[in-house]
Design a protein around this ligand. Structure first.
Ligand SMILES: CC(C)(COP(=O)(O)OP(=O)(O)OC[C@H]1O[C@@H](n2cnc3c(N)ncnc32)[C@H](O)[C@@H]1OP(=O)(O)O)[C@@H](O)C(=O)NCCC(=O)NCCS
Length: 185
């Protein structure tokens, strides 16, 4: 499955993606700050195993977000793998899905995550005909909350003191979007 936006191509993550950029961002403490321990430190072999398990799961879509060619991006290699978006698991009967994402720090702040998440939301509602999307963020993860807001999600509540963080426990903020609310944001 391949999705295309103005600046990005979203294609399936493969074992070949385990090195390079992906390896770098999974070993960047700023990037993995809100992710589970099992991803850190991540060597290429464990990343490859994770990719294979996730990409082979029938109830998940694991997208590699890659840059298209652009004259403004002359310093950045065309096709660079800059982030991942995961859609799933998707329970067949209930027809909802989790959405999660991670991007290489060098590419933050350019609207790429928002653009990629919007494309995945469209895919989920229009092509997969899902009823609902879920996402969860740590309460201090403002960039991620901004991505969700801009991609049409609504804050629905919070699981209190859900995550352990070095600075103290944090709530998990729950975000959702319904098919009935979706209007190509
Ligand atoms: C969350 C994340 C995916 C956002 O990626 P991104 O490509 O920078 O996102 P966008 O450029 O679309 O920007 C989204 C918002 O992030 C904020 N942001 C981006 N870079 C930032 C930075 N360096 N510092 C503070 N805020 C920043 C901006 O406020 C922006 O919102 P705005 O345009 O309304 O101001 C990225 O920061 C990341 O990979 N973080 C680590 C992994 C993670 O937290 N994943 C989500 C788990 S729930």
């Amino acid at each position: 499955m391949k999705l295309e936006t103005e600046r990005l191509i979203l294609r399936p993550v493969t074992g070949d993606d385990a090195g390079g950029n992906y390896h770098e961002w999974l070993n960047d403490p700023e990037v993995v700050k809100y992710m589970e321990d099992r991803f850190y430190p991540a060597d290429q072999e464990s990343i490859k195993k994770y990719i294979e398990t996730t990409a082979n799961a029938l109830d998940k879509y694991f997208f590699a977000v890659c840059l298209k060619a652009s004259p403004q991006l002359y310093k950045i290699p065309i096709g660079a793998h800059i982030g991942n978006v995961l859609l799933g698991p998707i329970p067949k009967v209930h027809r909802y899905a989790e959405v999660s994402y991670t991007f290489h720090r060098s590419y933050w702040g350019n609207g790429y995550a928002t653009e990629a998440v919007k494309a995945v939301v469209n895919f989920a509602f229009v092509h997969l005909d899902l009823e609902r999307l879920n996402a969860g963020t740590s309460e201090t993860n403002i960039p991620s909350q901004n991505v969700l807001k801009k991609a049409g999600f609504t804050r629905e509540g919070a699981f209190r003191k859900f995550y352990w963080m070095p600075t103290g426990r944090e709530d998990r903020v729950i975000w959702g979007q319904l098919k009935s609310e979706y209007h190509k944001v």
